[in-house]
Write a protein that binds this ligand. Structure first.
Ligand code: SF4
Length: 392
């Protein structure tokens, strides 16, 4: 990783584990408040950047996520980007994303980020209804999403994602449709629409268990998902991954698919820096310490803050490449697969895929397979069925 050796351009992720307040459904590594830790964390993160990156490394995409990166001053985020650029080579055309939550950034902050080279903003909007934002314990209102979006446009952002969640307690199919109509009217370049995952131990899980809140039924949640796949293409967004939609018209020069996230789904190498960040490079995966104090102490002592390293056996890596590739509407890339493993995708999954094609869950096209909308609804089962021989 170090020592100036030339390696393939990387997808680089930097984790900022702070938020203003903990959302009720969240089990990510993020701490509410803790403003007193900002400087020490930034110092440790800078050390990690300097230890991990080197002048022979090129960065194809850089993603600062969290947490809520924008609880840090915009000057601090700009400083991190400057450090990355000083130590490694960020390609001129690199996609540079910062995640932000409405209500945590001003137009001046956004202008500063834009000047620092951030060219993509990912906003946690989650819902177009204040009532549901309250159920989730979000810190912002619908109006604040609209205001932050307008501020980002004024600051010069031409590539904006809105994150949305469906399947919320008390959300009807009609309410979700209204959220999508509201979101598309704001004309972001990209939309991520995830189904709610109820994580054990969160306040939301406790309220559901206590019967204070009720989730929509499976049929309603499926109807919400299917509405995404029908409505969003009509509104000008191409579905390119199970949960992700982008304005994507390469012939006219506009392709707003997330290049950073595409690297994950294509099983390219990625390097994660910061608390609890994951990395996967050349068949090896590791995760950083998730204890803030231990993370800071390791870097203070000049050590990499790695908690666990895992060598991925080739059959597992092959299965992971297929599993992630099947999230894409184009399916796993058969050429990249064969180049990497010396065996064709067809040889590995062809036999098990045939009944799934016949059953309407998969489509065989251009030397690969992709899920139908019905297959996407049951993606875990379909993928598990395909991968049996590799995971045995
Ligand atoms: S803003 Fe995101 S990371 Fe922070 S608490 Fe809410 S869901 Fe979790």
């Amino acid at each position: 990783m170090t020592g100036g050796k030339k390696i393939k351009p990387l997808a680089l992720y930097i984790h900022i584990p702070f938020c203003r307040k903990k959302c009720l459904y969240c089990d990510f590594t993020s701490f509410p408040g803790r403003t007193e830790d900002f400087d020490t964390y930034l110092h440790a993160l800078t050390q990690e950047i300097e230890l991990r990156l080197s002048s022979g490394m090129t960065i194809a995409s850089l993603y600062i996520g969290g947490g809520t990166p924008t609880v840090l001053p915009a000057t601090a985020l700009a400083g991190l980007l400057a450090t990355v650029r000083r130590v490694a080579q960020v390609l001129p055309e690199a996609e540079v994303t910062v995640e932000a939550n409405p209500g945590t950034v001003t137009e001046a902050d956004l202008a500063l980020l834009r000047q620092a080279g951030v060219n993509r903003l990912s906003l946690g909007a989650q819902s177009g209804q204040d009532r549901l934002l309250q159920t989730l314990g979000r810190i912002h209102t619908v109006r604040q999403v609209e205001m932050t979006m307008a501020a980002a446009r004024n600051a010069g952002f031409t590539n904006i994602n809105l994150d949305l969640i469906f399947g919320l307690p008390g959300q009807s199919v009609a309410a979700w449709q209204e959220t999508l109509e509201w979101a598309t009217a704001l004309r972001p370049e990209h939309l991520s629409c995830y189904g709610l995952q109820v994580e054990a131990g969160t306040p939301l899980a406790a309220r559901l268990t206590a019967g204070e809140l009720t989730l929509p039924g499976e049929e309603e949640t499926s109807a919400m998902f299917l509405f995404n796949t029908e409505f969003l293409p009509r509104a000008g967004y191409r579905q390119y991954e199970i949960s992700n939609f982008a304005r994507c018209f390469p012939a006219e020069g506009g392709d707003y698919r997330s290049r950073h996230n595409l690297a994950y789904w294509r099983y390219d190498d990625y390097l994660g820096l910061g608390l609890a960040a994951y990395s996967g490079i050349a068949g090896r995966r590791w995760v950083n310490l998730d204890d803030l104090e231990q993370y800071i102490n390791a870097l203070r002592d000049g050590r990499l803050p790695v908690a666990e390293v895992e060598e991925i056996p080739p059959s597992t890596a092959m299965a992971e490449m297929i599993m992630l590739g099947l999230r894409l509407t184009s399916g796993p890339d058969p050429v990249a697969f064969e180049k990497r493993w010396g065996v064709s995708l067809e040889e590995i999954i062809g036999e098990r895929a045939a009944p799934l094609v016949a059953g309407g869950f998969l489509v065989k096209e251009a030397g690969t397979y992709h899920l139908t909308p019905r297959g996407m609804l049951l993606s875990n089962q379909v993928i598990a069925e395909l991968l049996v021989p590799l995971l045995r």
